[in-house]
Design a protein around this ligand. Structure first.
Ligand code: IPM
Ligand code: MG
Length: 378
């Protein structure tokens, strides 16, 4: 195996909480396969989340934050668990995942959603509707209700409490995300659906105006506007009508879980969080499966690692200058599924039940078949 040297790109792996560790372990095994085939990449694991809280009373140390700032690509597992109920929300906000996203200003969150032919039986939609779905949700990730001030829970003189959050969107925040979505849509089918709630919210009215202005500068992309409640319905009614969807932070959070149902399991969904503008290759990015920490199954080794593995593929494509490796890895996932490998969440599609590690094995075996080594694995 080639030795890592200072020329190697680094993938910073943050397993985090719950099943984050199990699924990122499998993604690391896959990354090591590519390193064995000559990819100039080194892996560095770093602690984050509850284990750090127990030892240091914080979710991430200053060194962790510095490593995050300096890294080109971060593979993040998950954050969450019952123990967070006892951690003040402002600490979670200032030291958790939202801080990482904000710190790196990763405002464009790409969540590809596709159906896999082998998983058709677990899609809740009839096959005619589900077949061939291949859409991309572009979620604004650095603004909106998640970050807006004022926020908090206030108590008045009579002891009555009020919860406050603020949905705030500057023109600049909207402009950069809709530009990113237009750029992405231009490289796909040229169809973009902008999702808002402009019949009620001023933020959405501004969103729609800015979207129209930016769309005028990109005539090659056909932009449609859709209200978010209707979009939730249309995703289940006729998902094939969508190619790229762009929307604000909270709407994107909700719609992407809903869209996960089309795939059959949230465990299948990867994501990439990026900044746009400038050179596309080699962008700094945060890569995370869309699923959470799943405390109910954590530590049992049965989680589906494909969301994490497909997130690694996105890291190859967008940050690590290895688009061919990304294509190969996605093909290997498809082959592993076609060969019948099923973690428990996708088991009702029929096939052979494997655990988290077994799914990693299946993808590695598929890689070996799709790209046989010429002179051994090194
Ligand atoms: C997601 C998650 C996160 C979010 C949580 C864990 C903060 O639901 O990435 O979709 O709401 O953004
Ligand atoms: Mg979510």
């Amino acid at each position: 195996m080639p030795k890592a040297d200072t020329q190697d790109l680094e993938l910073l792996v943050i397993p985090g909480d719950g099943i984050g560790r199990e699924v990122t372990d499998q993604a690391c095994r896959i990354a090591e396969w590519f390193i064995g085939r000559g990819m100039r990449l080194s892996l560095r694991r770093i602690a984050f989340g509850l284990e750090v809280w127990e030892r240091h009373g914080c979710l991430m140390t200053a060194e962790t934050l510095a490593a995050i700032r300096a890294s080109r690509a971060i593979l993040f597992g998950a954050i969450g668990g019952d123990a967070y109920d006892d951690i003040p929300l402002d600490i979670v906000r200032s030291q958790g995942l939202l801080r990482i996203r904000k710190e790196l200003d990763l405002y464009a969150n790409l969540r590809p959603v596709r159906t896999w032919p082998s998983l058709e039986p677990i899609c809740p939609l009839v096959p005619a509707l589900a077949r061939g779905v291949d859409l991309l949700i572009v979620r604004e990730l650095a603004d909106g209700l998640y970050y807006g001030e004022p926020r908090g829970i206030s108590t008045d003189a009579d002891g009555a409490r009020t919860g406050i959050n603020t949905m705030r969107y500057s023109e600049a925040s909207i402009r950069r995300i809709v530009r990113a979505a237009l750029e992405v849509a231009a490289t796909r089918s040229g169809r973009l659906t902008s999702v808002d709630k402009s019949n009620v919210l001023e933020t959405s009215q501004l969103w729609r105006r800015v979207m129209l202005e930016e769309a005028a500068a990109r005539p090659e992309v056909a932009v449609a506007h859709m209200l978010v409640d209707n979009c939730a319905l249309q995703l289940m009614r006729r998902p094939g009508q969508f190619d790229v969807i762009v929307t604000e932070n909270l709407f994107g959070d909700i719609l992407s879980d809903e869209a996960g149902a089309i795939t059959g399991s949230l465990g299948m969904l990867p994501s990439a969080s990026l900044r746009f503008g400038g050179k596309a290759a080699g962008r700094q990015g945060l890569y995370e499966p869309v699923h959470g920490s799943a405390p109910d199954i954590a530590g049992r080794g049965i989680a589906n690692p494909l969301g994490a593995i497909l997130s690694l593929a996105l890291a190859f494509r967008f940050s690590l200058d290895a688009p061919q490796a990304a294509d190969l890895l996605e093909a290997a996932v498809e082959a592993a599924l076609a060969d019948g490998a099923r973690t428990i969440d996708i088991m009702h599609a029929g096939g052979r039940q494997v655990d988290c590690n077994g799914m990693g094995d299946a993808v590695l075996a598929a890689l070996d078949i799709l790209a046989p080594a010429t002179s051994g694995r090194g």
